[in-house]
Design a protein around this ligand. Structure first.
Ligand code: MN
Length: 248
């Protein structure tokens, strides 16, 4: 199996190194990742400038080539799958969760989404970060079990995986759908200019069975996603309304 690894934290992230080492148990691993952090870049692509890659020469294990790209996570997934045959794109392990509505902003997930747009399976992997870095040794067996579960079938599918700091099992979940506070914290920079910090704190408790709920209850959360955002219920209602008004 040809495995492409990318992320949005940049090629020097310890989360990427941890994922590359585990993924090497499942096939041939290549790393194509942003040269700098691109967290919250969502699904941006670099369409107005050329992008290029350089050998990063990271020592992540024998036979693992590492390339850094002056582009976004989605660019890396596109370039990586263009440069060599790819069966799956793994994105992460992100240093920070990508749960619920954070999926809209996530560069980690966008790289996996880009893979699926190109006809390749995509898996995004994330874990919360506290005052200390995540314990990737502790997470390792759960990452391996998750990959075992998701890499066995050959369907082109998109998965969003989140690991709590100390997992006690794995759950299939749906996306939590909560409004967040849009609290914007103002400050002043050393030059005396105003600046603003955005926060994305959900307003309500997580719904049972969702990704947020699972991670809050110490379970690894795997959410199967689709790229079709159509609101089927609303569409059906609107189409029926239209046909009724035509018939009357
Ligand atoms: Mn990130």
């Amino acid at each position: 199996m040809n495995i492409l690894i990318t992320n949005d934290d940049g090629i020097y992230s310890p989360g990427l190194a941890a994922l590359a080492k585990i993924a090497a148990k499942f096939g041939d691993v290549r790393v194509v990742a942003p040269d700098v952090e691109r967290s919250s870049a969502s699904h941006a692509i670099t369409s107005h400038l050329p992008i290029s890659y350089k050998n990063a020469r990271l020592n992540l294990g024998e036979h693992i080539q590492t390339f850094k790209v002056n582009g976004t996570p989605a660019d890396c997934a596109a370039l990586g799958t263009h440069l060599a045959k790819t069966d799956v794109v793994l994105s992460g392990i992100n240093m920070g969760p990508n749960l619920g509505n954070a999926m809209w902003h996530s560069g980690t997930l966008a790289a996996a989404k880009q893979a699926v747009l190109l006809g390749v399976k995509g898996i995004a992997l994330s874990t919360p970060v506290g005052k200390e870095d995540p314990d990737f040794n502790l997470l390792s067996p759960f990452v391996e079990e998750t990959l075992k579960l998701l890499l066995t079938d050959e369907r082109i599918a998109l998965y969003n995986v989140n690991f709590p700091p100390k997992p006690k099992g794995i759950l299939w979940t749906r996306q939590s759908n909560r409004l967040y506070d849009n609290r914007i914290v103002p400050g002043v920079d050393p030059m005396g200019r105003k600046h603003y910090w955005f926060t994305v704190i959900p307003l309500a408790a997580a719904e049972e069975g969702t990704d947020r709920w699972a991670v809050e209850n110490d379970y690894v959360s795997i959410t199967p996603l689709r790229l079709d955002l159509t609101d089927e219920g609303e569409l059906k209602k609107r189409v029926e309304e239209k046909s009724n008004s035509v018939n009357n």
